[in-house]
Unconditional design. Structure first.
Length: 265
């Protein structure tokens, strides 16, 4: 297997975070090649090999979830065990948080992936925010869960990752009206002037409303940028894979520095 490209982002000292691209895996077309999704028709053995490659570059087994377009948040607890193969899924949810040094992943192929961390407290999280998740404010639920683990809203840092942009996400006019009634920042038009939703803008507004201290928006559109899987671009014709946002807080043994304080016990 070739090197796994990771578009790295800065969530503070001691935190490794980023977004995988399509390249560097073992899956053939149409999933070529770093497909991380177990529910898109790819051979599970290949997907698990791809996931193992991502775990290797993070230096920790990565926890994945079964995403259901809701607002459930799972707390991943206990000491990470590199000798134990990771489960295919830690459960049904659309966000994961931890204060125990686990590597976490969110799978996407147009929905909005969000990575969060309070680097001083050693808490990290990841969010899958599709249209339903934005309507349900899964981002706000995740911020609340991170605060419950000892994170501080003003110290939290977030990155809004690659997703379909407002200029490309065409929807029926009534759908735009319904979503924008709940999250006004999502109201958008395509370049052709047709109704659209800007989910990254909605997520960014929800992060601000939740009190997150620092927010970076990558502004990369999955439909336009072929480095990433896109269901709207490719999945209408053939199966398409899933890329991931991944985040881990490195512990003292890995970083050589002091362990960040945590109120998670």
């Amino acid at each position: 297997m070739g090197d796994v490209p990771l578009l790295e982002v800065d969530l503070g000292p001691g935190v490794r975070a980023g977004f995988t691209t399509r390249a560097g895996g073992v899956s053939p077309a149409p999933w070529a090649s770093l497909d991380l999704g177990l529910g898109v028709g790819d051979d599970p053995a290949r997907v698990r090999a791809n996931r193992a490659a991502v775990s290797a570059i993070l230096g920790a087994p990565v926890s994945f979830m079964t995403q259901v377009h809701g607002r459930e948040v799972i707390v991943v607890e206990g000491a990470p065990d590199a000798a134990t193969p990771p489960h295919d899924s830690v459960g049904e949810a659309d966000a994961l948080v931890t204060a125990d040094g686990h590597a976490l992943a969110v799978l996407v192929a147009d929905c909005v992936p969000v990575l969060l961390a309070d680097p001083e407290r050693g808490v990290v999280g990841c969010v899958h925010a599709g249209r339903h998740g934005v309507e349900l404010d899964v981002v706000g639920a995740t911020v609340d869960a991170l605060v419950g683990l000892g994170g501080r809203r003003e110290a939290l840092r977030a990155v809004v990752g690659p997703s379909v942009c407002g200029a490309c996400y065409e929807v029926p006019e009534q759908m735009r009206a319904d979503v924008a009634a709940r999250v006004p920042a999502t109201w958008a038009r395509t370049r052709a002037g047709t109704p659209a939703l800007d989910l990254p803008a909605g997520v960014t507004a929800q992060l601000a409303a939740a009190g997150v201290g620092g927010v970076e928006v990558l502004g990369l559109c999955t439909l336009e940028d072929e480095r990433f899987f896109s269901h709207r671009r490719d999945g209408q014709r053939t199966p398409t894979g899933r890329f991931a946002g991944v985040v881990v807080h490195r512990r003292e043994a890995e970083t050589g520095g002091p362990t960040a304080p945590s109120e998670a016990g």
